[in-house]
Design a protein around this ligand. Structure first.
Ligand code: TRP
Length: 342
């Protein structure tokens, strides 16, 4: 790696490959990440976290499909793959090697405190299960270590994630600190970045748009289905002509995530004048559809040419491995795993 790129800020984030990208993912994570991918002062590392998918999903077709959809989505939206390093976790065997090495310096007690594991135990206890660990796989238990390896493998400085991942970043710092203490300074302690200005979208039922609530609007649905889902967004029962409050309205919230301030003012005015829900839905659909039609076309093309996506990902993996192979070599040596012949 050149000295120049070595001195740049490294920003890294992973996307678990279990679902289809939706509007909430787009405004909360994908859009800001793609914007950041054009910043030449930064080296962004974005990857498909497919080994993470196995923790919660034992449906191979879904993992495969999701990996393809996520990769196609990011490429269709204009990810700058010259600047960003875009790869699939499973293409980087060094990450798995590092995971084991880190597992050996991670206290079990630290993992006992992880939210996902604690939630599983709490559910068992509430359900009166005899074994609090019932149904808990080691993958779920130790997944913060895999995530630490994802991050530390590239000595990332900044890691943009959602609120629910803050604890994992603290754990990654803990693990890095412990390794450095025992074996010498090899790892950067990563900082979490929580997108304060990124929008959180409400979904069809008004709760946060999320796969787990089954209230999402997939980003690149065919136009007809897209219109249907927009029409399904829940509103209150005010009639056309009655003034409405945009700030508590899911339709307005979605509009806001895309529109300029001027456009928003105009819509606020329409709410005050009592725009009907039917009209607002059709306006929102038209607006989003204009916005998404072009990348949707590219997405559909990409989905038909998986070999192109595969080639992009393997280029990314090659670049990524150039960065991580030297670090991995040092780490192996540091722990005493190296050639006997010197
Ligand atoms: N666990 C993260 C999530 O569910 C995804 C992820 C995996 C990740 N590895 C990562 C995010 C490394 C940031 C850095 O959202």
């Amino acid at each position: 790696m050149s000295n120049k790129s070595m001195s740049k800020l490294r920003v890294l984030t992973g996307i678990t490959t279990t679902g289809t990208p939706h509007l909430g993912n787009y405004v909360g994570a994908i859009r800001p990440a793609i914007e950041a991918s054009h910043d030449v002062n930064v080296v962004p590392y974005y990857f498909l976290a497919d080994y993470h998918a196995l923790i919660k999903c034992q449906d191979p077709e879904r993992v495969r499909r999701s990996s393809l959809e996520i990769a196609a989505t990011w490429l269709a939206l204009g990810l700058d793959t010259d600047n960003a390093i875009f790869y699939r976790q499973s293409d980087i065997p060094e990450i798995m090697e590092l995971t084991w090495i880190l597992t050996c310096v991670t206290a079990k007690g630290l993992m006992n405190r992880a939210h996902a594991y604690k939630a599983a135990v709490a559910e068992n206890e509430d359900g009166g299960a005899k074994d609090p660990d019932k149904g808990v796989m080691m993958g779920l238990f130790s997944y913060p270590i895999l995530m630490a390896a994802d991050i530390l493998m590239f000595n990332a400085h900044k890691v943009p994630v959602g609120q629910d991942q803050i604890q994992h970043l603290e754990m990654a710092r803990d693990i890095a600190g412990r390794f450095n203490y025992i074996f010498g300074e090899h790892f950067v302690l990563p900082d979490v970045v929580i997108g304060e200005n990124t929008a959180i979208l409400a979904g069809l039922d008004g709760r946060k748009m999320s796969k787990s609530y089954d209230n999402t609007i997939p980003l690149f649905l065919p136009e007809k289905k897209f219109r249907k889902l927009i029409n399904k967004i829940k509103t209150n029962s005010l009639e056309p002509g009655e003034p409405k409050d945009p700030d508590t309205c899911t339709l307005f919230g979605v509009y806001r995530a895309f529109a300029s301030d001027r456009e928003l003012d105009a819509i606020r005015q329409r709410y005050a004048e009592g725009i009907g829900w039917g009209e607002m839905k059709s306006l929102l659909f038209g607006y989003l559809n204009d916005h998404l039609a072009e990348p949707r076309g590219r997405y559909n093309e990409l989905m038909k040419t998986p070999e192109f996506i595969e080639a992009k990902l393997s280029q990314g993996a090659q670049k990524a491995r150039e960065h991580c192979a030297p670090l991995m070599k040092r780490v192996r040596e540091a722990v005493g795993i190296s050639s006997m012949a010197g």
